[in-house]
Design a protein around this ligand. Structure first.
Ligand code: UD1
Length: 415
């Protein structure tokens, strides 16, 4: 019988991670000698707008989900509860050997909990049916308990059977929490697998021309801004102070701001619309060149990758973007006080500035004065993380004890 892997996606940052896993399973199955792996893809529907979900399925050539749970938005607890209730039915029907969850969103923790609880759901407890739980991107810690994602990470890691890590700090964090070493597999970064795979396809995107950033082959300097963390956008005063500092930045170069739906809602509620030229309202052209912060809808994967690749600087509070800019060699100014991805500070282009306007401006000025650099990528961010994951899971399916990837890898090849 084929070994059955069930992967879960829910929110935007999950799609590029699971895309790499899907590709690696396809690859594994195409090897005639290997036993076949059956793969089921479940989408919880935590993100549901076309430009937060469908666009990514198209760009990343993801298969249509086998099951869509349609949970939508609500309070965190209600959202998690809804995913749990619906995912339990899926698990009982599908009975996979292993459930793969990625990252740190609410769908991640909800499906992780269900995976470890469902064997005792209703009726008699079935001890033969406890799927293994694999957590991709395990062990990252911000040590900030007010971040919803931090709770999701800690809970998921504490019950996972396979903890696939992206950087050495994650191995250390898991060790400090008492996770046995044989559960931890340092495999690299699946998000970077996807970036490397699609980097050349992204150059076909017309986004630079569409935004009038490319003039006859000459790309004008611009910054990208992304902002969606509740700590930065939910409080109107904090949000408007941050935006004020971007007005200073925008005297040097225009800022392209693809706004997350949550952020857009805040801009409307806090009446901050005057700071921006609004492509939601005005369409892409013509735009007033005196207003330098350009609010645009969320972009698909390929457009955003192309935009990021040519940016002079990225200002963000996203986790994944800190990693992507590290590989692209684009300076990243992170509007947070802590990062759960410290390798982006030591091996990458990332600096932390919090939400203080003066610190933001100072960091930006330093970027303008510095010349471009492309640091060596972090260990194992080489495009093969998902292959290592599938190899480990499939080997376990053959009842061969998994062989963890060595902790001290050889330096990866330059990209
Ligand atoms: C979620 C993740 C966060 C991740 C982010 C990426 C959690 C706890 N947070 O935050 O870690 O960085 O996704 O985007 O899981 N909305 C829409 N359309 C959508 C999705 C959301 O309009 O397709 C709006 C809704 O008003 C919703 C709000 O955005 O209430 C927030 O969505 P939610 O999924 O709860 O959290 P994110 O802020 O997106």
């Amino acid at each position: 019988m084929a070994y059955k892997i069930l992967s879960v996606v829910g929110a935007r940052p999950n799609f590029m991670k699971v895309a790499a896993v899907c590709e690696a399973i396809k690859d594994y199955n195409s090897n005639g000698d290997a036993p076949r792996v059956e793969h089921i893809l479940v989408h919880t529907g935590q993100h549901y707008d076309a430009n937060m979900s469908d666009l990514f399925f198209n760009d990343l050539e993801l298969p249509k989900p086998d099951l869509f749970l349609g949970v939508g938005s609500s309070s965190h607890s209600a959202q998690i509860a809804r995913v749990m209730e619906r995912f339990e039915r899926v698990l009982l029907a599908e009975k996979p050997d292993v459930v793969v969850v990625v990252g740190d969103v609410n769908s991640t923790v909800a499906c992780a909990l269900v995976t470890k609880k469902t064997w005792c759901s209703g009726g008699p407890c079935d001890r033969d049916f406890i799927p293994k739980l694999a957590h991709v991107e395990a062990g990252l810690r911000s040590f900030d308990p007010t971040m919803p994602e931090e709770i999701n990470r800690i809970v998921t890691d504490s019950i996972a059977d396979y903890l696939f890590t992206t950087e050495e700090s994650a191995n250390e964090n898991l060790g400090a929490e008492g996770i046995p070493e044989n559960k931890i597999h340092f495999v690299g970064n699946v998000m970077i697998d996807t970036l490397l795979r699609y980097r050349s396809k992204a150059t076909e995107s017309a986004i630079l021309t569409d935004l009038q950033l490319d003039e006859g082959g000459q790309v004008r300097p611009y910054a990208i801004l992304t902002l969606h963390r509740p700590t930065n956008v939910d409080d109107a005063r904090t949000f408007s102070r941050i935006i004020q500092s971007f007005l200073d930045v925008s005297r040097h170069m225009q800022i392209i701001f693809p706004a997350h739906p949550r952020t857009l809602k805040q801009i409307q509620q806090a009446d901050l619309g005057d700071y921006f030229v609004d492509h939601f309202m005005d369409g892409p052209e013509p735009w007033d060149s005196r207003v330098r912060i350009r609010l645009i809808p969320p972009l698909g994967y390929l457009d955003f990758l192309q935009l990021m690749s040519h940016a002079r600087v990225v200002l963000t509070d996203s986790g994944g973007i800190q990693e992507e800019t590290t590989i692209l060699g684009v300076p990243c100014i992170t509007l947070r006080n802590v990062t759960e991805r410290p390798v982006t500070l030591t091996h990458g282009t990332n600096v932390l500035v919090g939400a203080d306007p003066e610190t933001i401006i100072r960091a930006f000025t330093r970027v303008l004065q510095s010349s471009a650099r492309l640091p060596a990528p972090p260990p194992l961010w080489d495009g093969n993380a998902a292959k290592r994951i599938v190899q480990i899971l499939a080997q376990a399916g053959e009842s061969v004890s998994p062989q963890p990837v060595p902790r001290q890898p050889a330096p990866p090849p330059a990209i």
